[in-house]
Design a binder for this molecule. Sequence first.
Ligand SMILES: CC(C)(COP(=O)(O)OP(=O)(O)OC[C@H]1O[C@@H](n2cnc3c(N)ncnc32)[C@H](O)[C@@H]1OP(=O)(O)O)[C@@H](O)C(=O)NCCC(=O)NCCS
Length: 430
Amino acid sequence: MTSLLNEPYRLESLPLDTPDDDRRWAQFLDAIRSPLLAPRAGEAGLQVFRDHRRAGSARLRMVTAEGPGLEGRVPVAGFNSSDRVVNTGAAEMGVLAIETIGVRVSHRRRGLLTVLMVEALGEARERGLPLAALSASEAGIYGRFGFAPADSWRHVDVETRRVEFRPDADVASGTLEIVDPASVKDEIVKLFAAHRSRHRGSVSPGHGDVMVISGQWDASAQSPSTTLRHLAHFDAAGTLDGLATFTPRQLDDPPVTAEVGTVLAADPAVERALWRGLAGIDLIDVLSYDQPNADDSLDWSLVDRRAVKVTRSHDHMWLRILDLPTAAAGRSFAGAGAITLTVDDKLGFCAGSWLLEVADGRAVCTRAEPDDPAAPEVRVGVETLAGLWLGGTAPSTLIDAGRVSGDDEALGVFSTLFATTGQPRNLSWF
Ligand SMILES: CC(C)(COP(=O)(O)OP(=O)(O)OC[C@H]1O[C@@H](n2cnc3c(N)ncnc32)[C@H](O)[C@@H]1OP(=O)(O)O)[C@@H](O)C(=O)NCCC(=O)NCCS
């Protein structure tokens, strides 16, 4: 790999077939853990990291350096990504999932992140991925690279004693059972696939998601989990169609709270059955859950909607469009019509003028003549398009925020064309 950096820095990669006893594994992992203030991984954590990365065919990029205090040439910045797929409404699209980024505090603000990001996005685009995604430690970092928050999560505390579904809320019949984690491990990917086929914004799981949800790995304990419990839902034929995980906490300090790790089901009626099952567990007063959909229907389906207390909301998936025509072909559109999008993109991937023509919910996006637009024209940053791509933010909100410019007619067409119903729902981590 050719380095774009000056000495002492070099852009390199850590191949996945690097022998386990090569010290660069531990150095790479610490290059991303130490900036995130995480403790050093032990042997078990290091092995799990290698397993995750190999199972996900990850790409491990790093910037290495040598100098005083460094034992030879060592990674001082790490960038860890793998390819996933995401439902964008009309198709599943390839997405570069950027899983962890870290730059040693002693090497920050020297452009290392920039070099790693530009190289990774360019290579992903060359391989034909139309999208990239990450989750951001701070909101001020990734807009400059064309990312914007594309979904919205909310943290809820649900009072178990007040959970009663309205008669008109469909709760799946079937069987609930507390199951052995080993029995569901192989089903988790299938449950994610069913969820993804139904919900826009749903991203395929990484190997780490499967390990954590199945209890094979507890990152804080750095070992398999002994505390995670699994509540499964089976349909009338005995097929597993939903899974919730929970960890009881504060057993000696009421209210007794269970942290819900996931509620994974394609069908909202099965989700409700899982919630009813969780709420019915003796001794648990509160179910605490980071819910991947700020617009979730749980509260509206209860007799007492105040059983669900929203304690905070936050973004999770930051999206980046790398290939606008391909991304547009995979997005569902509610409206019909045509618009000229003049897109600002400092990294160049989507820069320029595009004609977006929508009919029957599907779009065709082609290069447009900037001086002679065939349709009303708006000017928009590529990160703003990413913000509305999955339906997480309404186009009208972004227009109100001053992030889209054009005349009234063009803004009206933009609003109509990009409007979507429902929030994106993503249950996987990166
Ligand atoms: C955030 C981090 C990855 C940035 O790496 P870096 O190598 O210092 O970044 P760069 O030098 O390439 O900076 C690129 C640009 O981002 C800006 N920037 C970097 N970190 C920033 C931050 N935390 N907040 C706001 N802007 C930031 C820089 O000022 C620079 O701006 P410019 O393009 O206008 O000059 C690094 O500081 C780090 O690892 N922080 C702690 C862990 C973390 O937050 N990791 C990210 C997990 S998502």
